[in-house]
Each structure stands twice: as structure tokens, then as C-alpha cells.
Ligand binder design. Structure first.
Ligand SMILES: *Cc1c(COP(=O)(O)O)cnc(C)c1O
Length: 340
């Protein structure tokens, strides 16, 4: 049995999802004539209480589009040093939008309103880049699936308002945060200028992300998506998976969280583990005590048992639970860990 804990993106569509995809009514979405894409976009906008939504092939493209519509070349965005938009989008902020990133030294990928305020460049001081955008991430990926405190997000929103900054949420795993903290999509929709969410992670779709915003911003996003080559034709087959996932796969994320917490608890008690970061959602980040066992040796032993996980750099390892990580796999993994 192969147990893939590398990411929650490794999932394959279930028979129910495939059925929804195969029977989808489609059209040419580049002409906005795909009824299933239109339905998904309407559903998403309604869910978040935002005016409009746009379907994207990837979360990266949705984030990059948001950065593009909120900034002009030469300007600067503020994000945590762990941010996906800074670390894992191929330098897209500078490549696509010509903006620099002002990094904040936050905690587990999360910054405070005070920290954000401190790094805003004075708009009259023309020697420094003009600050125009704040990007936050919930849950934080490199921060180990940590969830923000909604009040802190509101405080940062106030700072953005006071300084006329745009406010973008990279919500690739927002679904996990909503379940873990019992929060509502409407709270988030009321707070941000734009929100990107992934359907291809915890929710189990093969492809797809959505960008949300008001009509004007999404109109601009439509043009940028075209420029980036993200206009898709009969994309309704993919959007159908998204609709199915929204209707069927959100509540079950609690199960991924339970399994991740059980793994966290077990790792905490093992002699060869140096440190396990807190687990709130479906990500477990930990370090091996190299005096007991090398990280390479640990990975090797896991591999021999058919278990795949991923390194995050600086000796940190990451486990991500997901829809295709079954109870049976969980049992096997929990049995193997103490006996490596
Ligand atoms: C996965 C991820 C993205 C983008 O994902 P794609 O692989 O481009 O779909 C963006 N932000 C965060 C925090 C992510 O984890």
C-alpha cells in the first residue's frame, strides 16, 4: 500500500465527482458561455457575499492576477516571510507585476496589525516604493496549517483602510480554517478586496481555483487571466467537480484534521523527534533529532514502507492529510511510525 502524505493536492476524483464531471453541461467559457462555470462562479460569489467570482486553472494564477489588478510596476506589497506569493510562485510578483515584497517576520506565517503598519512606506516619500497591497494567507502553508485570529485580520483590514491599501487573502486552504475555527465565508467576504481559494486541495478536485472580488475587480481579473493564458474553453467539466466538492467535501475536512492531530500527538512522544509544531488543521511540520536518526535515514525508512512525505528545507519535514488518506492507511502509518 502506497501512502502519499506529500500534499492534499495528490487526491483523485471520487466516483461521485467523476459522475458530476461527465454529465456536466458545457460551453465555451472564453466567451463566458459555459453554464457550469457560470454556476460555480455564482455559487462562490453567493457563498462569500461578494459581487463576482472567476474560475482559474491554479491558485498561483489567481493570486498573481490579484497582485496584478491591485498594483502598478515599482510598487510594493506586504506579506509574511513565509507567504506562498513570495516563496512558491516562481517570483511571479516581480515577473508579472513588477512589484517587490516587503517581508514581515511573523509567527507561523501570521503577522500582527502593528507589524503591518510599521512597514508601510510613507506615500509622500518618493524615494521608497509605494506600498499598495497587503497579502495574507489562511491557513498558512509554510506555517504548518496555522489559522488566523479573525479579529487580527479585521485589525489589519482597518490598517489597510486607513492607508488606502488593497487587502488580498490567499485562501488556498481557507476551507480548512473555516472548519477548524467554525467561521463563516461571509465574514471573510466582508473583509477583503479579493480572495483566492483552491478547489484542488482539501476539497479533492483535480484542477481549479476561484478568485472573488467586486464586479469591477473581477472584470479586470478577466483581462489579466486572458493575458496569462488562463482562459479555458469547455472548463465546465472542471467546474462541475468544484460544485460537487462545495456541496459534498467541506464538512469532512474535520476528519483530515483529526488524523493530523493524532499524527502530531504520536510524533510528540517518539524519541527520535526533536520538535513538532502545533497542528490545527491538516498539516504537521516536525524535525528529527539528528542525534538519534538522520532526516535522510528517516525519509529512507518511510520510503521503504511505502510512505511518502516532503522536506520543507532547514531540516523541517511536512505531512499533509487529505481525502485519499484512508482510515486504513492512517492505521498502518500510526503502527509503522513508532517502529522505524
Ligand atoms: C497551493 C497554494 C497556492 C497555489 O496553488 P496552485 O498549486 O498554484 O494551485 C497558493 N497559496 C497557498 C498558500 C498554497 O498552499
Amino acid at each position: 500500500m502506497l501512502i502519499n502524505l506529500i500534499s492534499d493536492t495528490v487526491t483523485k476524483p471520487t466516483p461521485g465527482m467523476l459522475q458530476a464531471m461527465m454529465t456536466a453541461e458545457v460551453g465555451d467559457d472564453v466567451f463566458k458561455n459555459d453554464p457550469t462555470v457560470n454556476k460555480l462562479e455564482e455559487m462562490m460569489a453567493g457563498l462569500f457575499g461578494m459581487e463576482a467570482a472567476l474560475f482559474f486553472p491554479s491558485g498561483t494564477m489567481a493570486n498573481q492576477t490579484a497582485i496584478k489588478i491591485h498594483t502598478q510596476p515599482g510598487e510594493q506589497l506586504i506579506c509574511d516571510k513565509y507567504a506562498h506569493v513570495y516563496n512558491y510562485e516562481g517570483g511571479g510578483a516581480s515577473f508579472n507585476s513588477g512589484v517587490s515584497c516587503r517581508l514581515v517576520d511573523g509567527h507561523r506565517g501570521m503577522m500582527t496589525a502593528g507589524q503591518v503598519k510599521e512597514v508601510i512606506n510613507p506615500p509622500d516619500f518618493y524615494h521608497s516604493p509605494l506600498t499598495s497591497l497587503v497579502c495574507i494567507e489562511n491557513t498558512t502553508n509554510k506555517g504548518g496549517g496555522a489559522c488566523w485570529d479573525l479579529e487580527e485580520l479585521r485589525s489589519i483590514g482597518k490598517v489597510c483602510d486607513e492607508h488606502h491599501l488593497k487587502y488580498h487573502l490567499d485562501g488556498a486552504r481557507l476551507w480548512n480554517a473555516l472548519i477548524a475555527k467554525n467561521e463563516s465565508t461571509l465574514d471573510y467576504g466582508a473583509l477583503f478586496h479579493t480572495i483566492s481559494v483552491c478547489l484542488s486541495k482539501g476539497l479533492g478536485c483535480p484542477v481549479g481555483s476561484v478568485l472573488l472580488g467586486d464586479k469591477e475587480l473581477i472584470g479586470k481579473a478577466l483581462r489579466v487571466r486572458k493575458v496569462l493564458g488562463g482562459g479555458m474553453r469547455q472548463a465546465g467539466y472542471l467546474a462541475a467537480a468544484g460544485i460537487y466538492a462545495l456541496e459534498n467535501n467541506r464538512e469532512r475536512l474535520a476528519e483530515d484534521h483529526r488524523k493530523a492531530k493524532e499524527i502530531n500527538f504520536l510524533l510528540n512522544g517518539l524519541p527520535y523527534i526533536k520538535k513538532v509544531e502545533p497542528t490545527e488543521t491538516n498539516i504537521v511540520i516536525f524535525e528529527i533529532d539528528e542525534k538519534q536518526m538522520t532526516t535522510a535515514d528517516f525519509m529512507d525508512k518511510l520510503n521503504k514502507n511505502g510512505i511518502q512525505i516532503i522536506g520543507m528545507g532547514q531540516n523541517k519535514l511536512r505531512i499533509v492529510t487529505h481525502m485519499d488518506y484512508t482510515d486504513e492507511m492512517h492505521g498502518t502509518f500510526m503502527d509503522i511510525l513508532p517502529n522505524l
